[in-house]
Design a protein around this ligand. Structure first.
Ligand SMILES: [Zn+2]
Length: 270
């Protein structure tokens, strides 16, 4: 099987990957509470699994792809009240990603996919891309597997609308990745209906930050009762297929068009 794990490769092998214009997946995640039944590594482990599977699929289809270690230190302030959570400040997170992306571009990698598996990182990830992309020598693409896979993943949920927090989807996927770390002794008692209308919202279309205990008593949002490894396997594959399709789509990495007219065309602004 093709080795896609950056940390398993040797420096000369990574130099060769840069020379062959390999895609680098930079997974970003969290260490945060995931209810009483899942380990705090859940987002990190799932992000790693989906990135590795996606990279192997892309390699098999002819595009070399390598996956850095997961940046497990994300933005999880909203989970702190439940314990077990390690969070960075926004400014630190921004600098960590900036330095890692610059390490990649200094080695010559030019197609970088930031692959996120934690909702709390999403806005910051896009802001970091906005800040770095105009002057980066690389194309920076940011994705969250849940969004990129969409219905192809959420169709397997029977008891909740899609991937939520420590509910049916994440529990099912962790039953595949780390079965010994899932406490499935009493999943039926854990269901928490998350009032999505009230989380991070105010008024009709306004924003208000809130901690997670505002919407759940036990740290779960969703219903893990009918979680199974069979569902989890299909969900992980759907996530990996979506990321592989994104990597293999030539438009993802294509040069930005320049529709400026004569007089401004050719002036080097992105
Ligand atoms: Zn999670």
């Amino acid at each position: 099987m093709q080795e896609v794990d950056w940390s398993h490769l040797k420096a000369h092998e990574l130099r060769a990957l840069a020379a062959s214009n390999a895609v680098v997946i930079l997974p970003i995640a969290s260490i945060e509470q995931h209810g009483p039944h899942l380990p705090v590594m859940t987002d990190t482990r799932l992000g790693q699994e989906i990135a590795h599977r996606a990279a192997r699929k892309a390699c098999a289809a002819g595009r070399p792809t390598v996956v850095t270690p997961v940046v497990w230190s994300g933005l999880s302030e909203h989970h702190m009240p439940f314990g077990g959570t390690l969070t960075l400040s926004h400014s630190t997170f921004r600098l960590v990603l900036k330095d890692l992306i610059e390490s990649l571009t200094r080695h010559g990698f030019r197609d970088i996919l930031i692959s996120n598996s934690h909702g709390g990182n999403q806005v910051a990830m896009q802001q970091i891309c906005d800040e770095l992309a105009p002057t980066s020598p690389a194309v920076l693409v940011a994705t969250t597997y849940v969004s990129e896979a969409g219905e192809s993943l959420s169709q397997y949920c029977e008891d909740q609308p899609g991937v939520m927090h420590a509910g049916e989807a994440e529990t099912s996927m962790m039953m595949v990745c780390e079965p010994d770390l899932v406490d499935s002794s009493d999943l039926g008692s854990l269901t928490q209906a998350m009032d999505g209308a009230k989380f991070l919202k105010a008024g009709k279309a306004s924003y208000r930050w809130r901690p997670f205990p505002h919407v759940t008593g036990n740290g779960i949002a969703g219903n893990p009762t009918r979680s199974t490894p069979e569902k989890g396997e299909k969900m992980i594959e759907a996530g990996a297929e979506a990321l592989a399709a994104l990597i293999l789509d030539a438009d993802t990495w294509a040069d930005t068009r320049d529709l400026r007219g004569e007089g401004t065309q050719g002036v080097p602004f992105r």
